[in-house]
Ligand binder design. Structure first.
Ligand code: FAD
Length: 421
């Protein structure tokens, strides 16, 4: 037999059931579930494995998400190594106010950095399971997504050969700037957007946490936050003007501003350390509806972006991925039945119900994130009316009662997530 021709001019053709684009939390959960269920799939990732295993981002996982991953054998290391948190602190007017979120909601947050989750899921799929993962792929293109045999093509980074993968379905899990959403024809789906009109400087400090849990500092100079990531690393946020750049925030200015915005009587001083990552994030949000177009199904940030105000993005990505995997497995086995009554188990509702099943939670979390953004940024808005209403909301959720319980329930994440019933 002749060896395959891998010259750039000669495409390499192959077939698989599902092409998963993007090896973030969403793509890796889909790929693991498909592979475990015997559904043939190929995972394409534009970046290198080393790079995605180091990319720092999220840190909080909701309890239902950990439980749902555990049901599929994907949370072993989380359950072994993650700390859990059940309260956080607001600091304003020089005072400290603890919100006992676990006591109010009955649920905890797991502190597990996203790079560790990605590393675990990759090890499970590509190493333990010997799943097909291709890294560093270039120029990914999607064709025929409105037909019944779409094709995903890419250029091999080493040989320069153009590969074409014909498939039954595509899982578009390539994040906010990927190619999947951009391949949907204009006007075929609705994209709703909201810009919070603020930006955050996100920094990772090589320094132990300065408090047990999360601290939100509400200050007229701008919001500031502290979040433990590990015994050695702490994430901090500072609200900055939209369009600001990291160059305006040298080491000393960051720490000076954090000391001011997180100050309160009796609070221990911040433990400072080198800033190992600095990035300015515009707080904007979008939702794509529906999340499927033809044979392309979006999951995670490619379908919806939630500003990291309430730590929801990775949790939503996992929720989508579990539902999408269920629906793809059912479709592969020819069990893709009618829509589920409660819209919660896509396995029962199939691919046709996938988008609707995800969007209910997506909009819940978008609404909460927007509400929380108003609370966190009211004091610094320069608008006395906004500052006054934000303060009134804050007071309400600090008093025992319905508002505090409702807030804690949404902050810790909705119960009844994918597959947990
Ligand atoms: P991604 O993680 O973005 O993964 C997409 C993957 O697709 C990437 O690996 C990318 O390289 C790849 N890709 C892109 N284009 C292509 C292409 N053309 N071909 C092939 N591959 C491609 N969420 C929380 O729930 N809790 C938190 O505490 C939290 N904190 C955050 C803090 C920060 C600073 C930031 C920025 C985000 C935070 N988030 C948080 C949000 C969370 O990180 C995202 O929602 C999550 O990464 C979404 O996962 P995903 O798999 O959809 O997309």
């Amino acid at each position: 037999m002749d060896p395959p021709d891998v010259s750039p001019a000669s495409p390499v053709l192959a077939h698989t059931s599902v092409v998963v684009i993007g090896a973030g939390p969403a793509g890796l959960v889909v790929a693991n579930r498909l592979h475990d269920s015997g559904v043939d799939c190929v995972l394409l990732e534009a970046d290198s494995r080393e790079s995605i295993e180091r990319r720092p981002r999220a840190g909080f996982m909701e309890e239902w998400a950990v439980r749902a991953l555990a049901e599929h054998g994907l949370a072993e290391r989380i359950l072994l190594h993650a700390d859990t948190q059940g309260e956080f602190e607001f600091r304003f007017d020089g005072e400290r106010h603890t919100v006992p979120t676990a006591e109010l909601s009955g649920r905890r947050h797991f502190v597990y950095p996203q790079p560790q989750l990605v590393t675990d899921l990759l090890a499970s799929y590509a190493d333990k399971g010997a799943g097909d993962a291709r890294f560093g792929v270039r120029d990914v293109r999607l064709e025929g997504i409105d037909g019944d045999r779409p094709v995903v093509s890419y250029t091999d980074p080493v040989t320069g050969a153009r590969h074409h993968l014909a498939c039954d379905h595509i899982a578009g899990c390539d994040g906010a700037r990927g190619v999947a959403r951009a391949s949907i024809p204009d006007g075929a789906v609705a994209v709703s957007r909201r810009d919070d009109g603020v930006a955050w400087l996100a920094v990772l400090a090589q320094a132990p946490p300065s408090a047990d849990g999360v601290v939100f500092g509400l200050h007229e100079r701008g919001f500031g936050a502290h979040m433990a990531r590990s015994p050695e690393v702490t994430r901090y946020y500072l609200q900055v003007p939209p369009g600001d750049t990291t160059g305006n925030w040298p080491h000393e200015r960051v720490w000076q501003e954090l000391r001011v915005r997180l100050a309160a009587g009796g609070a221990p001083p911040l433990t400072e350390g080198p800033l190992v990552e600095k990035v300015v994030l515009d707080m904007h949000n979008y939702v794509v509806e529906p999340m499927s177009y033809g044979r392309l199904h979006l999951a995670g940030d490619s379908a919806h972006l939630v500003a990291p105000i309430a730590a929801k993005g990775m949790n939503l990505a996992i929720h989508d991925a579990l539902l999408l995997a269920d629906a793809l497995i059912a479709a592969d086995k020819g069990e893709d039945g009618g829509a589920g009554e409660d819209g919660n188990r896509a396995g029962a509702g199939g691919l046709a119900a996938y988008s609707q099943a995800c969007l209910r939670r997506v909009w819940q979390y978008q609404e909460f994130s927007q509400w929380f953004s108003d609370v966190l940024h009211g004091a610094s808005s320069g608008d006395r009316f906004r500052a006054g209403t934000a303060r009134a909301r804050l007071r309400r959720l600090l008093e025992p009662g319905h508002d505090a319980r409702a807030f804690a329930g949404l902050y810790m994440g909705e119960e009844g997530g994918a597959l947990t019933g």
